[in-house]
Design a protein around this ligand. Structure first.
Ligand code: ADP
Length: 353
């Protein structure tokens, strides 16, 4: 392989060298194979993608370098038919990289060769899977309350409306499910707004003690329902550099969870510490805690440790995903430390500026 930097600056590069240089700067891998199915040329991206342990690819058999029957067959057919074709390649390595490969005939030095362009699709395929899973989750999450609403409307239509003892209860179920759909749609819209990148964060000085006090006031009725004590352990003079609306949203989601998943009569404590150039904001509860296998996944959209419990307490499964994204927008992150049956601490780390 001619290295891109392989010719002296003083020399006038030949057209082959220029071509090699252009190919080396491309994002796609390029491999040229001769009639004997040996690699005649390749560019740097192809060498990076397919050379095991720095092995030089040139003169190696294609089948030695990439062990994939369909790919091998495509190169062979193109040599025979002189017509281009496309093939999918999935490397069976630990990373499972995927490529769309366009294979064409090419004449070099008066001899027939085939050239393959390897477009990596690993990332696009992964995003497509995430999108499909998200859509199917949304449909499922919306269908459940909708089915319940329709069933109770039918009950009312079929005479339930005259059932003086139960008609208000039926309406209550309809209302609860409609509210559930509303909060689900609000969270989905919020999340897609953040993910689309159309949200701008305005980093300003925020009087953090006051912000925490507001969040606790807003959630005080929910806490009182479960006899939960809420403690603002933030020093009164604390100033945090952040977007005020985002910070309030993150805290609301974490404190709301700390109330929902606490034991009756438990405690929720909000703290804030400066650690060198970072600010660590913590929300600690005295609830049931989270098993390590769930703790790794609860920041994913719609992931719940206990689906039935989350529904029962009015969760959408999106609260922590929103917190994760908002923390990222601040150049920070969110993490959890939890011990089963002795509660959890969620921590938002953001730069102190
Ligand atoms: P939800 O709407 O279900 O609360 P979240 O994204 O906010 O959705 O949380 C995801 C899951 O993480 C919850 O369903 C619950 O299983 C778990 N979880 C979140 N916060 C806590 C907490 N403070 N204590 C125990 N489990 C929690």
């Amino acid at each position: 392989m001619n290295s891109a930097a392989g010719f002296e600056l003083a020399e006038t590069p030949t057209s082959i060298q220029i071509l090699q240089k252009i190919l080396d700067t491309a994002r796609e891998g390029v491999i040229v194979v001769d009639r004997q199915m040996r690699i005649a040329h390749c560019n740097v991206p192809a060498a990076v993608a397919f050379a095991r342990e720095g092995l030089d690819l040139e003169t190696k058999r294609l089948s030695e370098v990439i062990r994939d029957l369909d790919l091998h067959e495509a190169f062979r057919q193109v040599i025979g038919s002189q017509a281009s074709m496309d093939v999918r390649l999935e490397l069976r390595t630990a990373e499972k990289r995927k490529f769309d490969v366009h294979v064409s005939p090419i004449e070099l030095d008066n001899s027939c060769h085939t050239i393959g362009f390897f477009y990596e699709t690993t990332q696009i395929d992964r995003l497509e899977t995430v999108r499909q899973e998200f859509l199917s989750n949304i449909s499922h999450e919306l269908r459940t309350p909708l089915t319940s609403i329709l069933a109770f409307v039918e009950t009312l239509e079929d005479g339930g409306i005259d059932d003086k003892e139960n008609n208000l209860r039926f309406l209550g179920v309809i209302r609860r499910n409609a509210e559930r759909m509303r909060s689900l749609i609000a969270d989905i819209l919020e999340l897609s707004l953040i993910e689309s990148g159309n949200i701008t964060v305005e980093i300003r000085e925020v009087k953090f003690f006051d912000l925490v006090a507001d969040v606790l006031t807003n959630l005080s009725a929910r806490a009182a329902d479960r006899e939960i004590e809420m403690k603002n352990d933030v020093a009164t003079e604390t100033v945090v550099m952040a977007d005020c609306v985002c910070l309030e949203q993150m805290l609301t989601n974490l404190v709301d969870n700390a109330i929902k998943f606490n034991r009756r009569g438990g405690i929720v404590t909000i703290g804030c510490e400066r650690r060198e150039d970072r600010i660590a904001i913590s929300v600690t509860d005295t609830g049931e805690g989270i098993l390590p296998e769930h703790a790794q996944r609860i920041f994913e959209r719609f992931y719940r440790a206990d689906r039935a419990r989350s529904r029962e307490v009015g969760g959408t499964g999106l609260g922590l995903a929103i917190v994760k994204h908002l923390a990222k927008l601040h150049g920070g992150e969110v993490s959890v430390h939890s011990a089963l049956s002795s509660g959890s601490t969620f921590q938002i780390d953001i730069p102190a500026f």
